[in-house]
Design a protein around this ligand. Structure first.
Ligand code: COA
Length: 297
């Protein structure tokens, strides 16, 4: 699908994306690149990185890949420094690296819980912390008046509760809190805007394959207000909005991009029945003599 944004909306910006070699992260890399950004992606798997970088380059997008695990501070530091050395500035950090698997709370070990917290929550904080020096106004390669942008990819799992996702729900709740707190502190001190995106179920992603295997995918659709899965493109467009000047007054927000799914509840009455039933109940209570308890109506 064609982008509604001008192709130069991110012209000359340097974006570093963790998890930028696959899934939603790769689509954001691609769309950022198509809109003028220079791309650096960080990931654990060399093969995935290499093929992502060559796919980007084949589209004419300047791209480089750095191997690293966001759980290791030395990797985070090395990748941030290498990105700066390669491009001479860093404008946008996207934290898209995430870990996930379905498991009941009962069967999850503390180490399993901690592993996802380490990747999603601590990893996000570590990357932000390492990149701060380059993102703050007046930092290396920046003007003294404008800071950079951070985008944290989150989820909606923790708005209520999600089956078999206790670890990720906890981790994403921490990511959202990190987004808000950094938006407050670093927005005020350094002119850095920090926002998040909470994708719903997005077709053709590792998340969907892992979390909604097999038939669940078609059943899930029954509960969706827009009755369809999202596309990676939807998330990338939200990311462009937040990372570009279109979003220049947006700070500390996590934008839900899920077609309204998190609000969804099964319908307890058909729409036609509501009209009749509700009118009848109203009429009965209007006609009832004063003082008659509702239970007797
Ligand atoms: N069910 C229950 N526990 C699991 C599990 C599963 N499916 N997968 C991993 N764990 C537990 C392990 O048993 C281990 O705990 P233990 O030491 O108490 O046994 C702990 O999690 C760490 O597992 P390990 O395989 O060593 O971690 P890893 O660092 O190699 O992998 C994961 C990290 C588990 C998050 C892996 O799924 C991953 O790398 N994911 C990245 C990609 C991804 O998930 N993308 C989806 C985005 S939505």
């Amino acid at each position: 699908m064609e982008s509604p944004f001008k192709p130069d909306v991110l012209k000359g910006k340097v974006a570093l994306l963790t998890g930028g070699g696959s899934g939603i992260g790769f689509e954001i890399s691609t769309q950022f690149g198509k809109h003028g950004a220079f791309i650096a992606i960080m990931g654990r798997r060399k093969q995935v990185l290499d093929s992502a970088v060559s796919a980007l380059r084949s589209l004419g997008i300047p791209a480089i890949g750095f191997e690293g695990d966001v759980r290791r501070q030395e990797d985070a530091n090395r990748v941030v420094e290498s990105t700066f050395r390669h491009y001479g500035r860093i404008d946008i950090l996207v934290n898209a690296a995430a870990g996930n698997f379905l498991v009941s709370a009962e069967d999850l070990s503390s180490n399993g819980f901690r592993t996802v917290m380490d990747i999603d929550s601590v990893g996000t904080f570590t990357m932000c912390h390492e990149a701060l020096r380059y993102l703050k106004k007046g930092g290396p390669g920046r003007s003294s008046s404008s800071g950079g942008i951070i985008l944290n990819i989150s989820a909606t799992l923790h708005y209520a509760a999600s089956w078999y996702q206790i670890h990720v729900s906890a981790a994403k709740a921490a990511v959202d809190a990190t987004t808000r707190n950094l938006a407050l502190e670093w927005g005020t001190d350094y002119d850095i805007r920090v926002n998040g995106i909470a994708p719903g179920p997005i077709d053709d992603t590792p998340g969907m394959t892992k979390l909604a295997p097999g038939d669940i995918k078609s059943n899930v659709k029954d509960y969706m207000p827009l009755y369809k899965l999202g596309e990676k493109w939807d998330i990338a467009m939200a990311a462009i909005y937040l990372a570009s000047d279109a979003g220049k007054y947006v700070n500390g927000t996590t934008l839900v991009v899920d077609g309204g799914l998190w609000l969804s509840k099964p319908r307890h009455l058909p729409k036609d029945a509501v009209k009749q039933l509700s009118r009848a109940v109203e009429k009965r209570s209007r006609d009832a003599p004063v003082g008659v308890p509702k239970s007797k109506l």
